[in-house]
Design a protein. Structure first.
Length: 592
């Protein structure tokens, strides 16, 4: 059968790869498996139940889950095959953003995983006129449960209606709206069609290696990244297409346990996770003491010297592999075929280190607007330090200013209800502007060198719009200047130039001696504590990933003369970071 729409994929999987554990989620300490046939049956019930509620093609339903789980997958399938548009939302955003998204998309029903999310939506429910009902996956007293929709759909006599609607759905119909953080602070709704995502799945399949000796019945992927993120979601469809079982991890914290239980062959990762795994390995190795630590550092030193990826050769490398790196692989379940990394830049050093420890990583690149993969490395064509070769079904063009632009079937239709922003996102000849700067080398590998916009990503792959946060912070009388940092780091921090005059007056009023010149004032523990309190207040208005975790006070005034501000008083971000690099490193306690 040809796959043209998202809901064709499970039917294809049933025909070609029927299995007892298409999906698995852990509830109360036990893995509950759902077979391919059960998955389709449950999805059909959801479709019939929603139709009984009066849902029509084109209506919008929000899906919000703290951790990915089978219910989400069933909902996604049941929603998409009757032409309803799913709006997956990040669990960690603020109630204000929920309100904006729900009103912007005109959400009619919302499905949440747990009590905490239910409370968040309830907080703003009265401001969302379109919202008719909220259902939960967990059983919560006083809340409508998603099983009520399944019960509504028990009667199979209306299945013909579901099939009629399915048959009428076109590949170019809208499948989902995914909201991404905008630079202006308000999320933008990225409209993706069935064809956008399906073409990206089909375009990415040749890049994901299949192990010859592995039977599809035995092949497992472990999913722990948010499924509302298009990176994890596209792979969620790709795994189904390939007949891989998908196990949903309980949470990032329980990853270690889940990896050992599931022994996955595939995992989608972000650089932050690779860093976490490495930090854990490093701490275990360095604190083992005695001979064990000596062997660990000796082995580490061996592979750190390697400038390219190769299998262990020579007696030393073989010994190191047996004594040290086989343990790294065991720590990831012992059966990894590959990790697929995206969403932010992975350090070349770590990438090489893992590859040479026998843990292959395929690094790729893309955006929500491109469904998401633009390019990705593969086993056949790999160059560490690049994001691989663009997919065969895409055209990538580097503009004169170095901006990466792209055209092809997986490029989105536009921003929901925002024609102006949609127009600005494309060149005159129809290429989507990524906002990233890069180049393509002679062998066709794409390399990202810079960000055109000021937005940056943490190593967890979350976007941060620094200006929005800085503007909030500058409302404080204590803060004259602030620069939010954290590009490629695990969390946002900030360099702060206090308002030295205001700080002096505050100290006098409170009988504190904080010194009189900028260097002394910036060194005051009391002032730092007081400004941290201001930051706490600002953090309350931010999503979890945007919250500023640490600050350092700078010992001088940022000015045009000192080269830290432009003539129009904008921050020269690079200059500020370079000038205060010691403070920056202190916040992130960098160790090599």
């Amino acid at each position: 059968m040809t796959i043209k729409r998202l809901f064709d994929i499970p039917h294809y999987a049933l025909e070609k790869y029927p299995k007892t554990d298409m999906f698995a989620t852990k509830y109360h300490g036990e893995w509950k498996k759902t077979s391919t046939q059960e998955f389709i049956n449950e999805g059909n019930k959801i479709s019939r139940g929603l139709l009984k509620l009066g849902i029509k093609p084109g209506d919008k339903i929000a899906l919000i889950t703290t951790n990915s789980r089978t219910e989400w997958a069933i909902m996604d399938f049941g929603i998409s095959q009757i032409g309803v548009v799913s709006v997956p939302v990040y669990p960690s955003i603020s109630p204000e953003d929920y309100e904006f998204i729900f009103n912007n998309a005109q959400i009619q029903y919302c499905f949440v995983s747990d009590k905490e999310l239910l409370n968040k939506v309830m907080k703003v429910k009265h401001n969302i006129p379109s919202l008719q009902g909220i259902f939960t996956f967990d059983k919560i007293s006083g809340a409508a449960n998603w099983s009520e929709i399944l019960d509504l759909g028990e009667d199979e006599s209306t299945q013909i209606e579901v099939e009629d609607l399915s048959n009428a759905i076109n590949t170019e119909d809208l499948a989902t709206i995914i909201y991404t953080s905008g630079t202006t602070g308000r999320p933008k709704g990225v409209m993706l069609t069935h064809n956008n995502i399906v073409s990206n799945v089909l375009g990415s399949i040749p890049r994901i290696p299949k192990k010859k000796s592995l039977d599809y019945k035995e092949t497992r992927a472990l999913s722990f990244l948010p499924i509302c993120h298009i990176f994890e979601r596209m792979l969620f469809y790709l795994y189904q297409y390939n007949g891989f079982s998908l196990y949903f991890a309980e949470s990032i914290d329980k990853m270690g346990e889940n990896v050992k239980e599931v022994k996955p062959h595939y995992m989608t990762v972000v650089p932050r996770l690779v860093e976490k795994v490495y930090d854990k390995i490093y701490n275990t190795g360095s604190s083992a003491g005695g001979l064990k630590s000596k062997i660990f550092f000796w082995a580490l030193n061996l592979i750190t010297k390697k400038k390219s990826v190769s299998k262990p050769s020579g007696i030393q490398e073989l010994i190191a592999d047996k004594l040290v790196f086989s343990k790294w692989r065991e720590g990831l379940g012992g059966e990894i075929v590959t990790l697929i990394s995206g969403s932010a830049a992975l350090s070349t050093r770590l990438n090489l280190m893992f590859q040479n420890a026998g843990i292959p990583i395929l690094e790729g690149y893309g955006l929500t607007e491109t469904s998401p993969v633009i390019s990705v490395n593969s086993f056949e064509k790999m160059r560490v330090g690049t994001v691989g070769v663009p997919l065969d079904n895409l055209q990538v063009k580097i503009q004169e200013d170095g901006e990466i632009t792209v055209k092809g079937p997986s490029v989105f239709k536009g921003y929901f209800q925002n024609e102006e922003m949609t127009r600005e996102a494309f060149t005159e000849d129809g290429f989507f502007k990524t906002g990233d700067i890069g180049h393509i080398d002679t062998d066709g590998f794409l390399q990202i060198t810079d960000r055109k916009k000021e937005m940056f990503k943490t190593s967890g792959g979350k976007y941060i719009a620094p200006q929005t946060i800085e503007n909030l912070a500058k409302a404080s009388k204590f803060i004259e200047q602030i620069m939010v940092v954290g590009d490629g780091e695990k969390m946002p921090c900030a360099l702060v130039q206090p308002d030295f005059e205001f700080a002096k007056n505050w100290a006098m009023r409170n009988n504190l001696n904080i010194g009189s010149n900028p260097a002394e004032i910036a060194n005051s523990a009391e002032l730092k504590q007081r400004i941290e309190k201001e930051i706490e207040g600002i953090n309350e208005h931010l999503g979890n990933w945007e919250k500023i975790k640490k600050i350092e006070l700078t010992p001088e005034i940022w000015s045009i003369e000192s080269g830290l501000l432009t003539p129009t008083l904008k921050l020269k971000r690079k200059a500020v970071k370079e000038k205060f690099i010691t403070l920056y490193n202190k916040m992130y306690d960098h160790h090599e």
